[in-house]
Ligand binder design. Sequence first.
Ligand SMILES: [Fe+2]
Ligand SMILES: [Fe+2]
Length: 268
Amino acid sequence: MIKVFAIGDVVGRAGRKAIEKSIGLIKKRYKPDILLLNGENSAGGFGITKKIFHQFTEEWGFDCITTGNHWHDKKEIIPFIPEAERLLVPGNMENVADETAGLKILTSTTGVKFAVINLIGKAFMHDGNRNPFQAASRLVAKIPENVKVRIVDMHAEASSEKAGMAYFLRSKVSLVYGTHSHVPTADERILSGGTGFVTDLGLTGSYDSIIGMEPKAALKRMLTSKKARLEPAKDNPWLCGITAEIDENSGYCKKIDRVCLKLNDIDV
Ligand SMILES: [Fe+2]
Ligand SMILES: [Fe+2]
């Protein structure tokens, strides 16, 4: 059985600190074969840098980093994408020309072959994003038959679109999880056809915040409609995501559980 540990949008320094503080405990307690995270907000709340990507992969042992609508906010990352073997961008996003940038076939540090697909929604997002379901069909068709462990990060605003993707890919992939809302959902389940699903992994970062950001500036924008610079919040870090067990022979998800480590409350 292959154990997957996936965490949701890592926001700023608080998110990275949450990982630094708990990575030892995660490896000891959950013994993951495949470690994943969504890093679209990991650099100052907006985007990801090469340095942070390398910290995730080389220092902490993450096998693969997915992203979302903020993937390109730090411009240095754009030329790095074609050469970054373990960094995905949403294949159907309007500013991603090569759809296959949303698919990687990888081998984990523990020797497990697996596929990861990164897609983005259309509902309440940029109109220019291409149809994620058509993109999913094309990308799934590119996965070699012998790669049974298949994981999809569906980065979307609408819960219905995330569930739609899970039902669309039922029996074709092992796991579909949503990201982007920065709120963990309590609906993890295994669909008939052996596909594990949760609507959103949730935020890894400060929970004294509005979806990871300092409330003051976020509220100013809401109350006055004036621009205010958003900064990642710092306090009360949580690390949120799921663990899943996948049968490497069938690709079926056999178990899926929510994980939320409230780091102020635990001794690590
Ligand atoms: Fe995000
Ligand atoms: Fe996002």
